[in-house]
Design a binder for this molecule. Structure first.
Ligand code: ADP
Ligand code: MG
Length: 253
């Protein structure tokens, strides 16, 4: 079945915050190579759903699997190690570190503090590998020209690109993005679309929360729509406009 071959399989997940049922019986999956858009009005539970997938939040019921293995209940670093990378709505950047240093630090954070503290040959090899990987990713995500600048000096869109680089440093199998183009200048928005398409062409699977319909039509292969904590549609982007449940979710009733 689709569910067995899915990279990410979310099954009957429920989550409540002190009686507020934010996610109810949520089931969907993401197959390898897909770019799935997660849509829904404000407050429908999108961020909470992402939080349960990457381990920020526990679930009350259901199961979340990556390549067949349960990941719900694991701490965030174990979810990262299992293969899920995530970027955030408003990536904050350290003041003193350069773009390259931030990218390299993302790798060390995932490898654990031990590698940084012990100046062993193995640690130095890890560092060298991280430097090489960071250089390649900064190049691919169009940040090579600014790699020496303080990360805090980047534009909003460039910070989003650096956030993607950081998430990719752990070599995830699934990349989760929360509003990658929100508040980004149109020129850079184009760059982000192209960068994500290039990553996908290399095999990267993605789950993306995004409101921009043009972005969704250009980038996503499939869309899952949440309304008040329930999945109300699972369809192709071009089917969204004539899906009654989707229209109802956005226009209210
Ligand atoms: P979306 O991302 O779709 O806008 P959210 O997942 O952020 O929606 O929020 C869905 C609902 O869950 C909202 O009613 C919000 O107030 C509630 N919620 C989210 N996180 C928490 C939390 N940590 N504690 C209590 N309520 C929360
Ligand atoms: Mg949100």
């Amino acid at each position: 079945t689709a569910s067995n071959s899915a990279l990410l399989d979310v099954k009957a997940v429920a989550k409540a915050f002190s009686g507020n049922h934010v996610l109810q019986d949520v089931s969907f999956n993401v197959a390898s190579g897909e770019i799935v858009g997660l849509l829904g009005p404000n407050g429908s539970g999108k961020s909470t759903l992402l939080n349960t997938i990457n381990g920020f939040e526990t679930i009350d019921r259901g199961a979340i699997r990556l390549a067949g293995n349960r990941i719900d209940g694991l701490p965030v670093h174990r979810v990262v190690a299992a293969g899920i990378g995530r970027t955030f709505q408003l990536p904050s950047m350290p003041r003193k570190m350069s773009v390259l240093e931030v990218a390299v630090a993302a790798a060390t954070a995932h490898h654990g503090i031990w590698a940084t503290l012990t100046r062993s040959a193995a640690a130095r090899r890890t560092e060298q590998a991280a430097l090489k990987k960071a250089g390649e990713l900064l190049d691919q995500l169009l940040l090579a020209p600014v790699r020496g600048l303080p990360a805090a000096a980047l534009s909003g869109g460039q910070k989003k690109l650096l956030g993607i680089v950081c998430a990719l440093m752990a070599q995830p199998r699934l990349l989760i993005l929360d509003e990658p183009t929100a508040g980004v200048h149109p020129n850079l928005r184009r760059d982000i679309v192209l960068a994500l398409q290039a990553l996908n062409a290399q095999g990267m699977t993605m789950l993306i929360v995004e409101h921009d319909m043009q972005f969704i039509r250009e980038v996503c292969t499939r869309c899952v729509v949440l309304d008040r904590g329930r999945i109300v549609a699972d369809c192709r982007p071009d089917e969204l406009v004539r899906n009654e449940e989707v229209v109802r979710a956005y226009l209210g009733r």
